[in-house]
Ligand binder design. Structure first.
Ligand code: AMP
Length: 513
């Protein structure tokens, strides 16, 4: 069998096998594989007019079938897509555009009107792209030229230096993961994947390319339903979904509202979750509600392309044992190393997880320093220049050879499903002339972000000033002025101590919602 070098081959094969099969369902309709192939190719021809080959295409549009066709169209035109949430604050968008160098930005006419980009950037409105696509002829068709080592997408995630980091993932990295993923979990063309994750999260990569790889149906769940758990479950039932590859935060929302009643979701046969530790109470409640489904804990950072570890949930052990991260997928190796870079093979000893394999990202776009810090020469191989990714996650081996999660080495947290480096929030506040020092702390018990600062800024006004600079998910629940920051024994600000000393919101602290 010929090895794939471009993810569009998944689409081409599925469109050839089952042209009339349903590829995608969204709130506006349902679309066959032939339609998806034709529409994506037509978008490719339209985007080629903008010379996007080997160039980033920022797609700042709500997710839908059409958005997916533009993403795949970008790949037809040999570019790489960069999904960005349309509510991104202008300063963050400017960083994204700056890091990408010379991207093309696609968004609605309305959004374009309100945009003031510090970095000049070529733009095309969604409406203009629609008309251009409609006018494409057979002679305009383009052949995708990307090699397996070329980027397919860039996903931006929080950065500790105050600017978001764009993880560059190649066609080959996606293929190496997806092939392993679909064969391990035996997805089939009759499956209906309920897509929960926004397209700017790598959880959605599993939905998109997992369903394309087996010729299944991608059901795009409208975002607004995540505010209405009951309606969400009704929608999933109507759509007879069979596979849910969801972020832990989204599943917990469904379980908190006890939204799965009686015979609901009886078609679901697999629930795969990732992103953070699944709380046991939520897992138990979900297992009870979906008594016939297989549950799997997936682990992995965006930088290794979706996941590198998996663990099938053993229903009989949920009450007694901690849920492990499990074992590595076949395409990669995951090791625990100590501070000196030596491999830890004995059980019960904690170290950092490092990952090697063909699914590693190419690095962070336009950010050599961050790339060199995280993608390092394999400390266990001095013979040739092999790269590994340092996850920053601590873990240890159990006696059964499973890996278990032991927290982070740094100040990265998961809040409402979003990965946040607390330093990014510090830097936004420290960007104000009247803030001398800022430290953000995550109160995991109350699940909220708390900002503390020194300086002359007005405690009442400061939260409002930060609004336009922070994405919604980075906005703190409280902002409090402190006289002095407590230090730990290494002379660094002790964030945990800050919470302990000043964590209770006083009358002065203001919510920034
Ligand atoms: P992201 O790049 O947004 O997928 O976030 C990756 C980070 O989320 C990892 O480095 C871990 O810290 C955390 N994470 C992902 N999956 C799990 C899991 N199953 N259990 C615990 N933490 C997880």
């Amino acid at each position: 069998m010929k090895l794939k070098s471009n993810v569009l081959e998944y689409l081409a094969e599925a469109a050839q096998r089952t042209p009339g099969g349903t590829a995608v369902v969204d709130e506006f309709g349902s679309y066959t594989y032939k339609q998806l192939q034709d529409d994506s190719a037509a978008y490719g021809a339209a985007l080629a007019k903008y010379d996007v080959a080997n160039r980033g295409v920022v797609i700042m549009v709500e997710k839908s079938y059409d958005t997916l066709a533009i993403m795949l169209g970008t790949l037809f035109a040999s570019g790489y897509y960069v999904p960005v949430d349309p509510s991104v604050p202008p300063a963050r968008l400017a960083h994204i555009v700056g890091a990408l160098g010379n991207p093309l930005l696609v968004t609605t006419e309305e959004t374009l009107c309100g945009l003031q980009l510090e970095n000049a950037c070529e733009t095309v409105s969604l409406e203009a792209l629609h008309s251009l696509r409609a006018g494409m002829q057979r002679r305009d068709a383009v052949e995708p030229m990307s090699l397996s080592i070329d980027p397919a997408y860039v996903l931006f995630t929080s950065g500790s230096t105050g600017v978001p980091k764009g993880v560059v993932v190649s066609h080959g990295a996606i293929i190496s993961f997806i092939d392993e993923f679909v064969s391990e979990f035996k997805f089939e063309n009759g499956d209906r994947f309920a897509n929960q994750a926004p397209f700017d999260f790598d959880v959605s990569v599993k939905d998109i390319f997992g369903s394309l790889a087996v010729g299944a149906t991608l059901v795009i769940v409208p975002r607004r339903l995540f505010m209405r758990p009951q309606a969400l479950v009704e929608f999933l039932d109507e759509q007879r979904v069979t596979v849910m590859i969801w972020a832990v935060a989204a599943l917990c929302m469904v379980s908190s509202f006890r939204a799965i009643a009686g015979n609901s979701l009886s078609t679901v046969r697999k629930v795969l979750f990732s992103g953070e530790v699944m709380p046991r109470a939520h897992l138990k409640s979900l297992l009870e509600s979906l008594s016939n489904a297989e549950f799997v804990n997936l682990y992995g950072p965006t930088e290794i392309t979706c996941n590198c570890l998996y663990c099938r949930v053993d229903r009989a052990r949920v009450d007694t044992a901690e849920l492990p991260l499990g074992k590595a997928f076949g395409h990669c190796e995951v090791m625990v190393v100590d501070e000196a870079g030596h491999r830890i093979v004995e059980s019960g000893r904690k170290g950092e997880l490092i990952v090697r394999g063909p699914s590693l990202a190419l690095g962070y776009i336009g950010n050599r320093e961050a790339t060199e810090k995280a993608f390092v020469p394999n400390p266990l191989n001095s013979l040739y220049g092999e790269r590994v990714y340092r996850t920053g996650d601590n873990a240890m081996l159990t006696n059964e050879g499973d890996l278990v999660f032991c927290g982070r080495k740094d100040n990265q947290v998961k809040y409402q499903g979003h990965r946040i480096e607390l330093e990014e929030i510090d830097k936004v506040f420290e960007g104000f002339f009247d803030v001398d020092r800022c430290r953000c702390a995550f109160d995991s018990k109350k699940n909220r972000l708390c900002v503390f600062y020194e300086g002359s800024a007005c405690e009442k006004e400061l939260p409002k000033r930060a609004l336009s600079k922070l994405p919604v998910f980075m906005r703190p629940a409280s902002v409090a002025k402190v006289e002095n920051m407590p230090l730990n024994k290494n002379g660094k600000v002790d964030r945990a101590m800050l919470l302990e000393l000043h964590g209770e919101p006083t009358k002065r602290a203001r919510a920034v919602r």
